[in-house]
Design a protein around this ligand. Structure first.
Ligand SMILES: [Zn+2]
Ligand SMILES: [Zn+2]
Length: 112
């Protein structure tokens, strides 16, 4: 059992079966399954590669570290933003703050 850094539990199920092919010859098959399956369709080498996107909660192996907030997001939750004349890739929330620095303050004032 591997508990992802956030909330979801990820289990690696593995089973090895011997099936008789013919006349006492056996073929060994090794199956591996990650439960729940990852949302980006990848199969990780090990469960420690799995990340949970803090924004959309999907389980992925291909994550992107947002340089602004330092969290890892799935590729669907990062976007391009322009900061100091350079295009950078940040998470959607940071992009919103870069575009409108007052946005999160306003949100705080309105909804606490
Ligand atoms: Zn996401
Ligand atoms: Zn961010």
């Amino acid at each position: 059992m591997y508990v992802a850094p956030l909330t979801k539990r990820v289990v690696e199920l593995r089973w090895i079966t011997d099936t008789e092919e013919y006349q006492g010859k056996y073929k060994t098959e090794d199956f591996k399954e990650i439960v729940p399956p990852l949302d980006d369709g990848t199969v990780p080498e090990s469960v420690s590669q799995i990340r949970e996107c803090p924004r959309c909660c999907s389980l992925v192996t291909n994550s992107y570290l947002c340089p602004t907030c330092g969290k890892e997001f799935c590729l669907a939750c990062v976007t391009e933003a322009e900061k100091d004349g350079c295009k950078i890739r940040v998470c959607v929330d940071c992009a919103e703050k870069i575009k409108n620095p007052l946005w999160h303050l306003t949100k705080k004032a309105l909804w606490g």
